[in-house]
Design a protein. Structure first.
Length: 288
């Protein structure tokens, strides 16, 4: 017996859901605890000169017009045409002067303080001053620089609140730019620019206390152990275990400095025992 069956086809409307993009910065920013303060330009100044000082901070010099010459003791001067950002650590003495034949435009600068436990890892990326050309940079970064420069030169109501927020946006925009356009062949920004290695780095930054090893980190990256270890070393300049150790040691060191006991510091940073943390701190003191 053949049964004649009627089938009803129901048309469903499916909405395409874009894939979730990896957030490469939020976990790192939490560990950095950044705070940005704008520096007012000095009208009529012939140059800007800053002495080396201690502290976990970066100077961000915004070259919006004309151009400057960056001078650092012991290094050849560098011409910096606008638009660009010059990034210098606080412990690097440096001076900015107008390029030959140009008037010295009032220079807008910012101080980016890092109060978080992994600040030293970011600051290590700027052992030498870095010039970041902004030709072709994302429009949002260029716009915030224009906004800050305009606000400092022509103050208006609510300026302090505006500059506080604009400074944060400036730093995040700059870090995004450095990830999209790394300025060196190895290092943190190179790692974050690689989608697979970035997945492992984000996992470390988000939960350094987890029981990470080569297997689990390679799984985060979606790679085999061997491929992951090789690629990590290529883009970061050292093996995964060393970077994980640096992150954990930085967190533990800050916890101890803050008055937390070794037991709490070991737990928060991922060390298996107080003795393991004590040995790591002792080795770090010997290296220093």
């Amino acid at each position: 017996m053949i049964c004649n069956q009627k089938f009803t086809y129901v048309s469903h409307s499916f909405k395409m859901i874009p894939p979730v993009r990896l957030d490469r910065l939020s976990a790192l920013l939490e560990g950095l605890a950044p705070r940005v303060e704008m520096m007012r330009p000095v009208p009529g100044a012939a140059a800007l000169s800053l002495a080396a000082t201690p502290g976990q901070l970066l100077y961000l010099h915004l070259v919006a017009q004309g151009g400057v010459r960056l001078s650092v003791p012991g290094q050849d001067p560098v011409a910096v045409p606008a638009p660009a950002i010059v990034i210098c650590r606080a412990d690097t003495a440096h001076a900015l002067q107008p390029l030959s034949g140009n008037a010295f435009e009032p220079l807008t600068s910012a101080q980016a303080f890092f109060d978080g436990p992994v600040a030293s890892l970011l600051l290590g990326e700027f052992a030498r001053p870095l010039v970041v050309p902004l030709d072709g940079a994302d429009a949002s970064l260029r716009h915030v620089i224009e906004l800050i420069s305009s606000e400092l030169l022509e103050p208006r109501c609510g300026q302090p609140a505006l500059l506080d927020r604009a400074g944060d946006i400036l730093l995040i925009g700059l870090l995004r730019h450095l990830i999209a356009h790394p300025r060196s062949t190895r290092g943190l920004f190179n790692g974050l620019s690689d989608p697979r290695i970035a997945a492992a780095l984000v996992a470390i930054h988000a939960a350094p206390q987890n029981d990470w090893n080569l297997d689990t980190l390679a799984k985060q990256a979606g790679m085999s152990r061997t491929s992951f270890a090789t690629r990590f070393r290529e883009v970061m300049g050292h093996p995964p275990g060393k970077y994980l150790g640096q992150v954990r040691l930085s967190i533990a060191h800050r916890a101890v400095q803050s008055g937390l006991g070794l037991k709490r510091a070991a737990k928060d940073s991922g060390y298996t025992s107080v003795s393991a943390l004590s040995r790591a701190l002792s080795r770090a003191r010997v290296v220093d």
